[in-house]
Design a protein around this ligand. Structure first.
Ligand SMILES: [Zn+2]
Ligand SMILES: [Zn+2]
Length: 313
């Protein structure tokens, strides 16, 4: 089969490789669509803690068809262990020992059944693949106070994650402002019903969706006294964000991390996409074939928020 294989930093080759051998309870899924995300760019550029040793298969937003049953499925990118302390506390998204399921940029992927989610009828494979990042956005919004308590929301960063969070907040009836320095991304935010700005100020809840220490600081500075900041953007390993102590103490700001998603949030994301509550086409670029993936990743994350739809067959 054809697969995109990472051989090292910025060394991505599309080649013929043996089909994955299902191990244990795994099943084979024929990939119908996989979408790219900022994490893929990071993996391509500098590797990533969850990447297996080189040569490594990657791609974690994957929709396809089970070769055994013919069922259309989203291949979730992880399965929580179920036994660690966060898992036992009902927080599988921060599982200490998750089993990662990577390799969507290929014709076939092997996955444990626990990673698979049925795709609702009428939802395209490309839209289904986007349920993976949308589930992380669902989780981030769940970490915030309810709309009645925090009716005015700011989203710092208009990349795909920021746009998805904004779409969910708009659907909840909140007033939403998306801040991004790219004009194209501000236009995208306006198209989904948010206001757009270059910077944020005085929001009941602020979502950080950039993943840089300076953006973490800016997010803290953009919340009202008594407000909440949700950090949805992961910074580079080893990052340190200096945050002002005054608003944290005297204004009782509530700071919350938001990482990944729980299986139920993946199912909710699939339902939202199938209902059209979130328009995945607004973020879709392409489709492209596997051979175009190296160039697409090298083009980076600038310009409009977009996710490349890769059709491996
Ligand atoms: Zn992703
Ligand atoms: Zn666990």
């Amino acid at each position: 089969m054809r697969a995109a294989i990472l051989h090292g930093p910025e060394d991505l080759r599309v080649e013929d490789v043996p089909a994955p051998e299902p191990r244990g309870d795994e099943v084979l899924v024929r990939v119908d669509a996989a979408t790219t995300c900022g994490t893929d760019v990071k993996m391509w550029r500098r590797g990533h803690p969850i990447l297996p040793p080189y040569p490594a298969r990657f791609g974690h937003e994957t929709a396809g068809t089970r070769t055994d049953t013919g069922e259309r499925v989203l291949v979730g990118d992880s399965v929580a262990c179920g036994a660690c302390r966060p898992c036992r506390a009902g927080r599988p998204q921060i599982c200490r020992d998750p089993r990662w399921v990577l390799g969507g940029f290929a014709e076939l992927i092997a996955a444990p059944p626990a990673a698979l989610h049925p795709v609702p009828d009428g939802l395209d494979a490309a839209g289904a693949a986007m349920a993976e990042p949308l589930a992380a956005a669902v989780h981030a919004v769940d970490r915030a106070p309810a709309p009645a308590i925090a009716p005015d929301a700011g989203v710092l960063g208009g990349g795909p994650m920021g746009q998805m969070i904004a779409a969910l907040l708009v659907a909840e009836g909140r007033t939403v402002t998306v801040a991004d320095r790219h004009a194209e991304r501000r236009v995208q935010a306006e198209a989904l019903g948010a206001a757009a700005a270059e910077a944020l100020a005085d929001h009941d809840v602020v979502f950080e969706a950039v993943g840089r220490p300076e953006a973490w600081r800016a997010a803290v500075g953009a919340a009202v006294p008594g407000g909440c900041v949700v950090f949805a953007g992961g910074c580079a390993a080893g990052s340190d964000a200096q945050l002002p102590t005054r608003p944290l103490h005297y204004d009782e700001l509530d700071l919350r991390g938001a990482f990944h998603h729980a299986p139920a949030e993946v199912d909710r994301a699939l339902a939202l996409l199938a209902e059209g509550a979130v328009d995945w086409r607004a973020l879709a670029a392409g489709p492209i074939e596997l051979d175009a993936l190296p160039g697409a990743l090298a083009a980076g994350n600038d310009g409009p928020a977009r996710k490349w739809v890769v059709l491996p067959r």
